[in-house]
Design a protein around this ligand. Structure first.
Ligand code: Z5A
Length: 226
């Protein structure tokens, strides 16, 4: 449990694994049970972080970005998010749900880009200090399922592939293998969720993990339903 009062849950997984979908379903369920849940995303989540997100993903000049710059920008965004929103929310006893957190850096900049894992760890430590998730849900789908989901999203939404999404297949295979190693090293914190099923089946699997760590509600909160 976090040294502060609240509960910190992060979602991880490859692109198209269904994180954003499940983050909003979980937040909705928690609200309906009377919890105060704060949803955040990385990179981004703060005004400064959203500017960094734009630089990382969409700015015209970012083709020249080096892996080291990418590592530092991800963690600049994170350092701001931790201090501006996450710590204050946890101190108020809220539940923080973050769509990606530092395991993404280990997976993408460490295993994916091939940066030294010790350096990656040190930079993450500087960015987050003692603020670590109590529970991390790693949504797991085979690459072909993720690709199909992204294709159908593309058919319904205006969608432009960003700089990170344009990396080659080998990069994403390294990221996926990296996530396997990250999860194996911390089985207590990181719960691997089979995310190949339909949205409701995945939601239920996530809820079973979240229920185990939920703090009791204050008695003034509305009754649980659903
Ligand atoms: N990155 C990094 O390199 N280092 C870091 O430290 C951090 C991040 C923090 C952020 O991209 C990029 O930054 C990301 C990693 C890198 N790059 N890549 N690649 P982002 O925030 O724009 O996007 P994302 O995090 O990669 O997620 P996403 O593409 O939005 O996918 P998702 O959130 O996992 O999935 P979704 O949007 O919920 O679902 C995708 C579609 O599938 C959608 O149409 C859904 O309706 C559908 N869906 C969802 N669940 C299901 C199920 N169960 N069945 C069928 N269809 C489903």
């Amino acid at each position: 449990m976090n040294p502060m009062k609240g509960l910190f849950i992060s979602f991880e997984g490859t692109e198209g694994s269904g994180k954003s979908t499940q983050v909003s379903l979980l937040a909705g369920r928690l609200y309906s049970l009377g919890y105060t849940a704060r949803v955040l995303r990385e990179p981004g989540g703060t005004p400064i972080g959203e500017e960094i997100r734009h630089t990382l993903k969409h700015s015209h000049a970012n083709d020249a970005m080096t892996p080291e710059t990418e590592l530092l920008l991800m963690n600049a965004s994170r350092a701001q998010l931790v201090r501006e929103y996450i710590r204050p929310a946890l101190a108020r006893g809220e539940i923080v749900i973050c769509d990606r957190f530092y395991d993404s850096t280990t997976a993408y900049q460490g295993y994916g880009r091939g940066l030294d894992l010790n350096v990656v760890r040190q930079i993450i430590d500087l960015a987050v200090g003692e603020t670590r998730p109590d529970l991390t849900l790693l949504l797991w789908v085979p690459p072909e399922v993720a690709a199909e989901r992204l294709r159908s999203r593309q058919a319904t939404l205006p969608f432009v592939r960003d700089r990170i999404e344009q990396a080659n297949r080998e990069f994403f295979e390294r990221v996926a293998r990296g996530y396997e190693k990250i999860a194996a090293a911390e089985p207590q914190r990181i719960r691997k969720i089979d995310a190949t099923g339909d949205i409701e089946t995945v939601r239920q699997a996530i809820w079973r993990e979240v229920e185990k760590v939920l703090p009791p509600r204050a008695s003034s909160n509305p009754p649980a339903h659903g």
